[in-house]
Design a protein around this ligand. Structure first.
Ligand SMILES: NC(=O)c1ccc[n+]([C@@H]2O[C@H](COP(=O)([O-])OP(=O)(O)OC[C@H]3O[C@@H](n4cnc5c(N)ncnc54)[C@H](O)[C@@H]3O)[C@@H](O)[C@H]2O)c1
Ligand SMILES: [Zn+2]
Length: 381
């Protein structure tokens, strides 16, 4: 459908990301990366299984005589070590050896769990990603981060493990609930804000086309993968630049945890972006117009711009427990205009509180006061 992207995996090894509108080319793409005839375990979740598992398993059976399907219960609340153990058990029962391949069919939750199982089963076996949510297609299936949550702490246990192939059937997005699509847009807008302002603006403006036509949607997905793959290739283990991909995630993860995952990841990222925009504005890195433009883009795609029922101090405390800390300091990503970002270690608690208040529904009454404390008047003030 669209030209493939090749991502550097090791020094002299790349893997393809395919952008298709059906599963038809899956067998040939798997053969092209040399996996024909291997034993496959297709891991999916309880929502995706009835929609696509049979079709994908049939495609795998064209190139392999050993294909099993394992279905996980859907939902972030199941992204834990017990799901990984269930996969191990299934693999052991099915005699999966070191040559076996896991195939993750589903959203970011399925991809992260399956990738982690692949990274650790028999000290590591190969896997492929077949992402079916927008969020997984634009973000989580690319880059090799795998893992699970631990006692409400996001992605606390994990491993870097790159797939051998990412195969996207973009028509699977047609069955995705609207709210889940919006969540993916949270990561899309984040990607534009990090390093491509034109892309952010185009995406914010072209909502109708993106939501109704496959080609503009595919182009948007491809651009996100291109940007993410570029960043990951330059910094695979997040020792530097890759941290920029966490824009919006410090406050976002804190809200996600405190709301007990009743808000979705992409929604929290949208909130985190608004909080980060506010802090960037206070630093003089963003204009009020730019901050408004960011909020408008987020709202346009149906993502919330406020959250209720949280105390600012609790959100602040939760940001400190995020693993994106560096020697006890919060590593925060600031925006420098629309389409540029910078890693910062000097954001103070006061600045964080100011960004947090920007998204708390209850602070709106006392907003003016809070903003005055920050020294400047922000949007809507
Ligand atoms: N590894 C990474 O680099 C990375 C990056 C970003 C996010 N993540 C992780 O990704 C997860 C979020 O991913 P997600 O938003 O895809 O969540 P998800 O996997 O829970 O999928 C969202 C919902 O959509 C359903 N679904 C999936 N595909 C569907 C389809 N085509 N039609 C109908 N329903 C479908 C799922 O069953 C689920 O209910 C979080 O755990 C987050 O931490 C990881
Ligand atoms: Zn994210």
């Amino acid at each position: 459908m669209l030209e493939k992207l090749y991502v550097q995996r090791e020094k002299d090894f790349t893997y393809p990301i395919c952008f298709e509108n059906s599963f038809e080319a899956l067998p040939e793409e798997i053969s092209a990366v040399g996996l024909e005839g291997r034993q496959f375990c297709l891991v999916t979740d309880s929502n995706v299984s009835p929609l696509y598992a049979e079709e994908v398993a049939a495609a795998l059976r064209k190139i392999s005589g050993h294909v099993s399907v394992f279905t996980l219960p859907a939902g972030e609340e199941n992204k834990n070590l017990s799901a990984v153990a269930d996969i191990y058990r299934h693999l052991i029962e099915n005699g999966m050896d070191r040559k076996g391949i896991l195939a993750a069919l589903g959203g970011g939750v399925t991809g992260d769990i399956t990738g982690f199982a692949a990274a650790t089963y028999l000290r590591g076996i190969d896997f492929i990603q077949i992402p079916t949510t927008l969020l997984a297609q634009v973000d989580s299936s690319v880059g090799g981060k795998t893992g699970v949550d631990m006692d409400n702490y996001k992605n606390m246990v994990g491993a870097f493990h790159q797939p051998l192939l990412v195969y996207m059937n973009l028509s699977t997005l047609r069955t995705l609930p609207e709210e889940e699509f919006a969540c993916g847009m949270g990561e899309v807008l984040k990607t534009g804000l990090i390093c491509d302002g034109d892309f952010f603006r185009r995406t914010a403006a072209d909502k109708e086309k993106i939501c109704t036509e496959l080609q503009p949607l595919a182009q948007m997905v491809r651009r996100c993968c291109e940007i993410k793959a570029g960043v990951v290739m330059r910094d695979p283990k997040e020792t530097g630049e890759r941290a920029r991909l966490n824009l919006g995630h410090t406050i976002g993860h804190a809200v996600e945890k405190l709301k007990n995952f009743s808000l979705k990841h992409g929604q929290c990222v949208g909130l985190g972006l608004i909080g980060a925009a506010r802090i960037s504005y206070e630093r003089g890195l963003l204009t009020a117009e730019e901050m408004n433009e960011i909020r408008a883009g987020i709202v346009r795609y149906g993502l919330p711009d406020t959250v209720s029922g949280l105390a600012p101090e609790d959100v602040l405390a939760a940001t400190k427990k995020d693993k994106k800390m560096d020697n006890g300091r919060v590593r925060f990503i600031l925006m420098r205009g629309i389409g540029d970002s910078v890693i910062d270690h000097s954001v103070t608690d006061e600045e964080l509180l100011c960004g947090i208040r920007e998204i708390l529904a209850e602070s709106s009454g006392t907003d003016r006061e809070a903003r005055a404390k920050c020294g400047t008047a922000g949007i809507g003030a």
